[in-house]
Each structure stands twice: as C-alpha cells, then as structure tokens.
Design a protein around this ligand. Structure first.
Ligand SMILES: [Zn+2]
Length: 830
C-alpha cells in the first residue's frame, strides 16, 4: 500500500469527518478475488477535495452523492474525490484481491483438509485492500458489515451478529473505531462459546485444530474471565465492545491483534503438541495484553502513530501485571525481566533506536518499524518505573480520567500526561522529557569500598553511551544477599533514588555488614543496564544456583548475558556458568531463555575453531538438566529442546525418532519429531526422502511449515539454491512459508556452502522488497540475514548496501541493525 504521511493525515482530518462504513462482501467466488460493495457516509468542508485508500483489481462503479465518479479516479492505490458536499455518500462496487502475506483479506487453504479460511488484517495501512476507506487512526467511524459466504461457514466480525439466512450474514454497526481495527474472520471454523459477567465469549480455530482447542479451551476461557474481572476492578469503564471473541488464525503476522470484540491470535497459540509452562504463560499474557488494548488503543486511540506507545507500552505493562495478579502465572514479572526487557534493551542500543514517544513519526512505513522492543518492552519498563515514583493509586486514577475524557475518540501524549499530573499533583514534564522523548539506555554500576567486612561507601555510578548525554533519575531496589548453610537468602531490600548525575552515594549502606551478593535493581523496578560490583560478580557462579528467588536469578542471568553481548566478558565464561548453574535451574523461562541466548552467542561470538567445544558444553548442560528434570515436566521439555538444538550426537537423535532411549515421561510428539529431524538435517544426517516421509505422515499446517524449514536447511547446493530462489523470488508462497524457509537457511555448520549467499543477500534483497511488504517483508529480510557469517567482508557488503540511494526503509533498518550486531561480534572475536 502507498505510504500515508503524517502531514497528509493531518490535512485530511481537518477536512473530513467520517460517520460510517457499510461493507458488503461476497466471498463465494473460488478464485483469488472477492466482491466488495461499500457505502461510506462522511461530512466534509463544502467544495473540498480529498482521497481514500483503495486498491481494487477492477471497479464496477463509483458514485459520489448519486453522481458517477470516473474510474480513472481510482489509480490502483488511492481514490481521489473532489467537489465534496457537506454531507456525502460514496458508493463503490469493486473486485478486490485476497492476500497471502497476512495483510488485507488473507486467504489460507489448510493442507490438512483443503478447507479455506479467511481473516482480515487491515493494520497498519491495508484497509484499502478490502474497502475504500479514510485509513488513519483519528478518522474513526462505525462499521456495519454484511457478508455472503458458503452456507457451511462461520463468519464473525467486531459487531454482533444480527441475522443469518443460509449464506448471508448481517452484523450490527460497531461503536466508532479506527479503520485499522475493523476485523473479520470467515471459514469453517471450529467454535467454542461461553459467557462471563454478561459478556458472551467465543473461541475460533481451524477445524484441523478442533482437538487441541477443545483440550485447551477451559484454560483459555478461565484466563479470559480472570483478566476481564481484573480490568473491571481497575477501570471504571466496563469492557466497551459487547462480546469478547478470540480467534486463532493461520499465518498471522503478529502474535495477536487487539480488534475490538474479535481479537485475532496466531494459531501457534493452540499447539497440537506438548507446551511448556512458559508457553502457557506467554499465551495468558498475550490474552491480557490484547484485552488491555480494548481500553488502550480501541476505546481511546492514539491520534497518529507517534503515540504508538499509548497502545503498546500500556498493553505490555498491563498484560504482564494482570497476568501476574489475576492468573496462576504469578511469575510473569520474571519472564518480563529476562525475556521481554532484554528485547527492549537490545533494540534501544542499536542504530535504529528511537524515543518511546517520538515527537514525530513521518509516515506509515516509519510507524511500522516502531513496532519493536522499544515501543513494547522499554515502554512498559518505563511505566513500571513511573509507577514506582507516582504511586499506583495516582496512576490508576489518571488512567480512568483519561478514558473518561477520550472514550471512542483519540488522544495524545500530552492528554495522558495531563491526566496523570492532575491525579498525582506532580508535574511530569521533566520526567517525560528524559524517559519518553529521549532514546537509549543508561548503565548503572555498583562501586563498593569496604573496611574489612563492613561497607565504607557504596555508590551507584551512572553512565550514558557514547554520543548520548542524558542521565536519568531511577527509583531502584538493592538487595543484600548472604550465603549461609548452602542457601543464598536476602537479608534486606533497600529502595533508593539514584539521581540524574554520574555518581549517587548510598548513605544507607555505610557501616552495614557486607553481603556476599549486592544485587542492583533487585525487584526490577529500573530500566537500565546493570553491572554488579567486582566481588558480587565474582561470586555469581557460586551463588546463582543457590539463590531461591527466581526474579533475582533472572536479573543475574540478564546482567551476565548483557555483559557478554557487550564483549565485557568472554562467551567461554558464559558457557561455563551455563554448565554450572543451569542443570539445577527450576524456572522454565530461565532455562529456555538462557539456552536460546547462549546458542545465539556461541553461533556468532565463537569462532569456527572454538564453537564446537562451546556448543558441546551447552549440550552437556542441557543433558544434565534433562537427567535432573521430573518426567513429563516443563523443565524436561525445555531441556530436550535445548539439547536437540546443540547436540551433534546424531545416533541418539535417530534413536529418539525410532522410539528408542526416549527419556521417561517425554512424548516424542509431532512437533518434537520435527525439531529432532530438523537438527539431523542441519548436521547432514537426514535427507529429502526422510523430510518427505515425515510430511506424508503429517499433512498439517505445521507439518508443511516444518518441511519448508527442513528443506532450506539441507547442506546441499541444490537445496540451498531452491530455498534461496523461493526467498527472493517466489510471490506465490505465503508469508509464513517464506519466513520459515528463511529461518532454515543459515547455519554456522554450513559456512562454506553458504558463502556465496552472503553477497547475494546484499545484491538481491532490494529486488525482493518489490514482492513483499509490511511485516512479512521485515520478517523475511531479518530471517534471511547472514547473521552467522561473521566477517569483515559481510560488514563491507552491508555498508555498500546502506550507501545505496532510495533503499527501502524496512531493508535499511534490518541491515543497519543486523550489521551493528555483527560489529559487536567481530569486536569480541578480535
Ligand atoms: Zn499490542
């Protein structure tokens, strides 16, 4: 779709006020198109000219206030209108195209049974792929939807179903919502329904996922109800969109999307194979996140994408908070500290970093790129810091005033700060300036001076990265831990204010008996890079396995991993710590995250010579963990996955596939079989016939995706050639199949074979960007990046591409950031 600029949007909003859309879709055709008849009612400045986003295949008719509009006015991307009246009615009859990239109206054929499923994803600027529309967040309107579809289908939208007659569905008009929030699903969905507190609930998944959905529905409904109750306790305005439906859709680009009254999730959230507790917790927190958006985003929407954080930071924060408070997943803040915040911290240190709330996002292309760790995780961490400072009561009072003032409308950063200032009686402008308007992260480092075993002086030293002068105030916890009787326990937790200066002395610690471990940022209130004092850092390998508090362990791991990423500590030291501490780890999310991060660092930071030995130690750590894990537990599954990813013991993997030597309690189910086979393929120990035989036994959506990934991973010239041709040139493959092909392509084990594709990435990706757009383009270019081919030559090629004129902004960001990651890896190797 064409980019909409901020200036164009502001201009159009000053001319136009949209009342309603009535969209009438005919989805009965069997080809790759559908019929869309839309009536748009809007007010305008008399005599004005404007445009709507509109991307038809063919147009049957367009009339404005009863007068025909010449078809050339629809140029394939925009429909220009002039001579507007004060009250206008636009009627457009057109043929539109289904998509296979997750944008517009996505059409999916399930390989399991040949059934067709459709879902609409109009975000961020794709409404014109389904209907002519004023596609910007501050031109809200009521949507009425009518659908003609095969009679055996189920159709659902934001609005309530009013009537159904065979293959004809009529839905009630919605409240006023933004165009990017209009939702629709259609197909032979498997449906489960329930009700809570007067709110009708529904779940939808492909018929092929009926069994897992039935098995998991009770848990999903329970979490949905717990979260609804908690939001109703926190917010004075009740859930505002009638019914709460949740659909699990194939090939969905996001984890989920917050459509009012009809949330859509990627259907990997209803897996057919075993799940770990972390995966269940993640699903719960996404349910809570999307529910938070019903208020933050749907009821009150940002006026323009500058204030994306008003959607995502709040949903991320409230998603974690409500999951931890209202569901059985009470350890969600541990996951946040290690997993989500790590994502934010990394994004914040890359060249593309930006403020949580940028003063100006120039267009929709730039807006899309800001759906990153900063808008989500950093924003949420900053909100946590704000609440530590303001107090929870004032925070919630401010939010409620904000909803009250802007319900069914739009709001900005200034509106929210105004509401919070009023509720708290504090001026937030200075806080907002350093935390929301400025990019990058500070490092907090403990500096300790002792007299024997008593602290003489403890200080927090704050620094900013090169080129950034900003220091910030932090309210932060410091934990004093003692090692006694084989356990590490917290003696005291201090909450202190670190000033926005280079060095803050902590008088509370002077004269205090020294602890074995001083944990800076204990409780995880801060958003900062954290470095321990030298004595505490040296004690980590001994103390970490004995520390009972999972959040404290997560913080120590996060700090350790970050120091390795920064090249302050060698990857070999990390691997040694993993071997010492991970086999006794009990928190699944720590096991999964540490193994994943360590694998990634070994792949990029270790050299071809040192990597095999490092990987072998990771495999040993996973194997010891496996031996120590209870049968059938989440730990066991996480250990097995980690082991499969690192081991080179192909005989053992083959035996597992044959059912021999499988650890007690472990189900070698469909997805674990594929994971094992994938590793065998990477190692050159299984070929195309084995992949095809596995696929023949598993003709499912997931089986098809795994097969694509496995074929791309084969260490054979012909297989690499075919996979690369698909990545750069095959527009018929769906977003997800391309993404998995790209994910399967690069392996450090296959360096020689892959060498020619390093150069090809930089010469061929600009052309590939013509085939793919939006999120699909971003994911493909990132997955296909030669991140494991760490060399000065790769960086030279990246520099060459970055210097090219008119480089696509998505490709520009992916290359710039990936190259910066490689810069760090190369520095460390040297
Ligand atoms: Zn969100």
């Amino acid at each position: 779709m064409p980019t909409l600029t901020r200036a164009e949007a502001a201009d159009r909003a000053s001319l136009v006020d949209v009342e309603s859309y009535h969209v009438d879709l005919d989805l009965t055709g069997t080809g790759d198109t559908f019929q869309s008849r839309t009536v748009v009612r809007f007010r305008a400045r008399s005599g004005a000219a404007t445009f709507l986003e509109f991307e038809p295949v063919t147009v049957a008719s367009i009339t404005l206030n009863g007068q025909p509009v010449p078809h050339p006015a629809a140029d394939g991307q925009r429909l220009a209108l002039s001579g507007l009246a004060e009250e206008n009615e636009l009627v457009v009859d057109a043929t539109m195209r289904y998509s296979n990239n997750g944008e517009g109206l996505h059409r999916y054929t399930d390989p399991a049974d040949g059934s067709v499923y459709l879902y609409q994803h109009l975000f961020i600027n794709n409404a014109g792929r389904v209907l002519p529309s004023f596609d910007q967040p501050d031109l809200k309107a009521s949507f009425r939807v009518s659908v003609t579809a095969p009679a055996e289908w189920t159709v659902a939208t934001n609005g309530r179903l009013v009537s159904r007659d065979g293959g004809r569905w009529e839905f009630a008009p919605t409240e006023r919502i933004s165009t990017y929030l209009a939702s629709l699903i259609a197909g032979p969905w498997h449906v489960r329904t329930d009700e809570h507190d007067g709110i009708p609930l529904a779940l939808y998944a492909r018929a092929a996922l009926a069994e897992p959905l039935d098995a998991q529905a009770a848990e999903i409904f329970e979490i949905t109800k717990q979260c609804l109750d908690r939001f109703h306790q926190m917010f004075e305005i009740r859930f505002p969109f009638g019914h709460y439906q949740q659909a699990f859709a194939p090939e969905f680009n996001f984890g989920a999307m917050e459509y009012p009254g009809l949330v859509v999730f990627r259907d990997e959230f209803v897996p057919r194979s075993a799940m770990t507790e972390t995966e269940r917790e993640h699903r719960a927190s996404v349910i809570a996140h999307e529910m938070a958006h019903q208020w933050f985003g749907d009821l009150v929407t940002m006026a323009w994408w500058d204030d994306l954080w008003l959607n995502e930071s709040f949903a991320e924060y409230l998603g974690a908070r409500v999951t931890a408070d209202a569901t059985r997943f009470t350890g969600t803040w541990t996951t946040f500290a290690l997993h989500r915040k790590g994502w934010g911290l990394r994004a914040d240190q890359r060249p593309s970093t930006h403020p949580v709330a940028p003063a100006e996002v120039s267009d929709t292309d730039q807006a899309l790129l800001n759906f990153d760790g900063i808008s989500y995780a950093k924003g949420a961490a900053v909100l946590k810091q704000l609440i530590a400072w303001l107090g929870d009561e004032a925070f919630l009072a401010g939010l409620n005033a904000h909803f009250e003032a802007h319900a069914y409308g739009n709001a900005t950063l200034a509106d929210l700060l105004g509401a919070l200032s009023k509720a708290s009686g504090r001026d937030l402008s200075g806080w907002a300036e350093v935390w929301l308007r400025r990019a990058q992260v500070n490092t907090l480092r403990l500096e300790v001076q002792r007299d024997g075993d008593v602290y003489r002086e403890v200080a927090v030293v704050q620094t900013a990265p090169d080129g950034f002068a900003t220091l910030r105030p932090h309210r932060i916890g410091i934990g004093l831990y003692d090692h006694t009787d084989g356990a590490v326990v917290r003696r005291e937790l201090l909450e202190v204010d670190v000033e926005a200066t280079g060095r803050t002395v902590l008088p509370a610690l002077a004269g205090v008996r020294a602890a074995d471990l001083l944990l800076l940022n204990d409780g995880d209130l801060a958003y900062a890079k954290v470095r321990l004092d030298a004595a505490s850092a040296a004690a980590v390998p001994l103390l970490l396995p004995l520390l009972g508090d999972s959040l404290a362990r997560a913080l120590l791991w996060a700090s350790t991993l970050d120091a390795v990423v920064d090249g302050e500590r060698p990857v070999a030291e990390l691997v040694t710590l993993v071997l010492a501490a991970l086999p006794v780890e009990t928190e699944t999310v720590i096991i999964e995250d540490v193994l994943r991060a360590t694998r990634g660092l070994v792949d990029r930071y270790a050299t071809a010579e040192t990597r095999p030995a490092a990987l072998e130690l990771v495999a040993q750590a996973a194997d010891r963990l496996l031996a120590a894990s209870p049968a059938g537990s989440s730990r066991q599954l996480a250990a097995v996955r980690g082991l499969v990813g690192a081991t080179t013991d192909t005989a053992r993997l083959r035996a597992w596939l044959a059912g021999d030597g499988v650890p007690a309690g472990l189900a070698v189910d469909a997805d674990l079989r594929w994971l094992v086979l994938y590793r065998l393929v990477v190692l050159g120990a299984a070929g195309p016939d084995t992949i095809e035989a596995e696929l023949a036994a598993d003709r499912s959506a997931t089986g098809e995706q795994w097969a694509a990934r496995c074929h791309a991973a084969r260490p054979e010239p012909a297989a690499k050639q075919a996979a690369w041709a698909a990545i750069v040139g095959d527009a018929t493959l769906s977003n997800r199949l391309i993404e998995l092909t790209a994910l399967g392509f690069w392996h450090p084990e296959q360096r020689e074979l892959l060498q020619p594709y390093v150069e090809r990435y930089f010469t061929e990706m600009p052309e590939m960007m013509r085939l793919r757009s939006g999120m699909s383009a971003e994911k493909t270019t990132l997955a296909a990046y030669p991140a494991v081919m760490v060399s000065a030559r790769t960086r030279e090629l990246a520099a060459g591409l970055l210097a090219a004129p008119d480089l696509n902004p998505i490709l520009n960001r992916v290359v710039q950031d990936s190259d910066d990651d490689m810069r760090r890896a190369l520095l460390t190797r040297e």
